[in-house]
Ligand binder design. Structure first.
Ligand code: ATP
Ligand code: MG
Ligand code: MG
Ligand code: MG
Length: 562
């Protein structure tokens, strides 16, 4: 590609409505232009990036056994009425009528369309499993389109849907897609996390969002570096401890033990020989006259504020000694507002299985082998994660790290929601008719482009990850009027092309400073600068990401870049 003939309208200033770097830079560097709210023209550089993103997706989806299809964007209302979503999807769906007054929608997602295709063609277990995907436009009339391609009203999505004979096979495919998505985003050179996500009305534990880590992301996530737990903050806040069955047979007698005056978590930790991050304090609160126990860690006041938020509108106060006595049925001093120290292993769900040391935070008021369920009762487990502000890992107790992220992908086990509603059945090997078990898997293709910029830029412009860069190399002759410079540049341009690189040559008759600025702004990973030393057969290579520059003989350019 020759810059002089390319349609790359770069700009000095960013538009007033662009708030975040990716939006500003994609416009300034000539990748996109706004048409109307949430609607964008994608220019040649943008299309090149999208094609690279799509190529990686196609290669990995095909390799994972999925097959590409292309369904209409115009969805007949009947299908959405059948699934029950025509009226509930809401205003995000763009609806219209054709000349015969029939209702249609511009597809925001395609479960109905794909289920309709598969139910007509697939009849037997022999035809399953099936994973079909498409890459195409989706329409959502977002309430607040913003951040350019990030939240648009028309965007490109890769959406895949899988069909299975049973839950087990749907789960196998779910993890197959999980691995595939991980490979896809890794190949794109993005820093991302797969986080446990809300499964909404469908329920179950099979939903992950793939988040590109970026400060400007609209989503929040938490993760644990120790055990790998990662969740969206909504999901983390929902996590409720499961209370196991009655385990009375495992209970032992409590013994009163002589203890030093343990009060602070650190002291309890030392006394119990349990790491501090595994110690929780059980506090007893009175909420509207009812006793509620809450496990907290760290500063009580901070935790208490959060706790009060959970029980907003209710009277919340710490229980008195007398109330604790009444509540636990234990003598005074057994528990006090200072708390009960609990070593927590693995998960909240094992709290009842642990023999605790309960303490009043006072000398000689500690009991060993105290058991939940027998010696004290938690009337109601409130949302511990929310009270704790999600600050420690529910799996291992290590501190959780909170970051912002951009949702670039989402995988979901759908179960039989659509197949039952739309009668997508098959006949199993015993001749029994059953609904297919489904999964769905989406990637926001245009959002990935914005997310990549959000994560990879500096003051001078975009820094494309090599795999999705519009060009790998830009050759910059500093002065096209000098024959030697021009010829050397042309020669390098041709060689690089022959070697399979995507190359653009900035053959414009312009000042070098102007060309360098554009090259930095557009963010091509390598710049080959051809200047005065061309006569000696020497050119300069600049690495966009590190800013590193070095001189190389013309003959070694290919070797250096590769
Ligand atoms: P969000 O939470 O950002 O609104 P979503 O959960 O509604 O996204 P999904 O229904 O899971 O989105 O769609 C799959 C993928 O499509 C998302 O993970 C995201 O990458 C992309 N996507 C969704 N809405 C938009 C949009 N308005 N503009 C660009 N990409 C989008
Ligand atoms: Mg949405
Ligand atoms: Mg979402
Ligand atoms: Mg989603």
């Amino acid at each position: 590609m020759r810059f002089s003939r390319a349609f790359i309208p770069t700009m000095k200033e960013s538009p007033a409505d662009a708030e975040i770097p990716s939006h500003k830079l994609l416009i300034r560097a000539g990748f996109i232009r706004k048409k109307a709210s949430g609607l964008y023209d994608i220019l040649p550089l943008g299309v090149r990036v999208l094609h690279k993103i799509e190529r990686i997706i196609r290669e990995e989806m095909d390799r994972a056994g999925a097959q590409e299809v292309l369904l209409p964007i115009m969805h007949p209302a009947e299908l959405w009425i059948e699934s029950g979503r025509w009226d509930v999807y809401g205003k995000e769906m763009i609806k219209f009528k054709d000349r015969h007054e029939r209702d249609y929608a511009l597809g925001p997602t395609a479960e109905e369309m794909i289920t309709d295709l598969v139910r007509k063609e697939v009849k037997s277990y022999k035809d399953l499993p099936l994973n079909l995907y498409q890459i195409g436009r989706k329409f959502r009339d977002e309430i607040r389109p913003r951040f350019g391609l990030m939240r648009a009203r028309e965007f490109i999505m890769k959406d895949a849907y899988s069909f299975h004979v049973n839950d087990e096979d749907a789960e196998r495919e779910y993890w197959n897609m999980y691995e595939t998505y991980s490979r896809i985003f890794k190949r794109m050179g993005l820093e991302f996390k797969a986080v446990e996500a809300d499964t909404g009305e469908i329920g179950g534990k099979f939903s992950h969002e793939f988040m590109v880590i970026a400060d400007t992301g609209e989503s929040k996530l938490v993760y644990c570096e120790k055990c790998g737990y990662a969740a969206s903050t909504e999901k983390a806040a929902q996590r409720k401890p499961e209370v196991p069955e009655n385990r009375e047979s495992e209970f032992k007698e409590c013994q009163k033990v002589h203890t030093p005056n343990v009060k602070r978590i650190e002291e309890v930790s030392e006394y119990l020989s349990v790491p501090p991050e595994r110690i929780l304090k059980l506090l007893v609160y009175i909420v509207d006259g009812e006793a509620v126990a809450v496990a907290v860690r760290g500063d009580r006041e901070v935790e208490e504020t959060k706790f009060k938020q959970v029980f907003r509108g209710k009277e919340v106060r710490l229980a008195t000694d007398e109330e604790i006595e009444k509540f636990t049925g234990q003598p005074k001093g057994f528990l006090s507002p200072i708390g009960l120290s609990i070593p927590v292993y693995a998960d909240y769900s094992v709290i009842p299985m642990v023999n605790f040391v309960a303490g009043a935070g006072e000398k000689d008021y500690h009991l060993q082998n105290v058991n939940w369920g027998r010696d004290f009762v938690v009337k109601e487990f409130i949302d511990v994660a929310e009270v704790r502000g999600g600050d420690s890992c529910p799996n291992c107790g290590a501190p959780l790290i909170e970051k912002r992220g951009i949702e670039v992908g989402h995988i979901f086990k759908l179960g039989t929601k659509y197949s039952e509603a739309m009668n997508a059945t098959f006949v199993d090997e015993n001749g029994v008719e059953k609904p297919m078990v489904m999964g769905c898997y989406g990637i926001g293709v245009t959002r990935v482009m914005a997310a990549a910029v959000e994560q990879n830029h500096d003051d001078d412009g975009i820094i494309w990850p090599y795999e999705i860069a519009p060009f790998h190399v830009i050759v910059i002759p500093v002065n096209v009027k000098k024959e030697e410079i021009r010829n050397t540049a042309e020669e390098i341009y041709e060689t690089l092309q022959r070697e399979g690189f995507d190359v653009i040559i900035d053959d414009r008759n312009a000042r070098p400073g102007f060309k360098f600025k554009d090259a930095d702004l557009i963010g091509i990973p390598f710049q080959v600068i051809v200047g005065k030393k061309a006569s000696e057969g020497i050119v300069e290579i600049k690495v966009r990401k590190s800013g590193e520059r070095f001189e190389v003989p013309v003959k070694e350019v290919v070797k250096k870049i590769r």
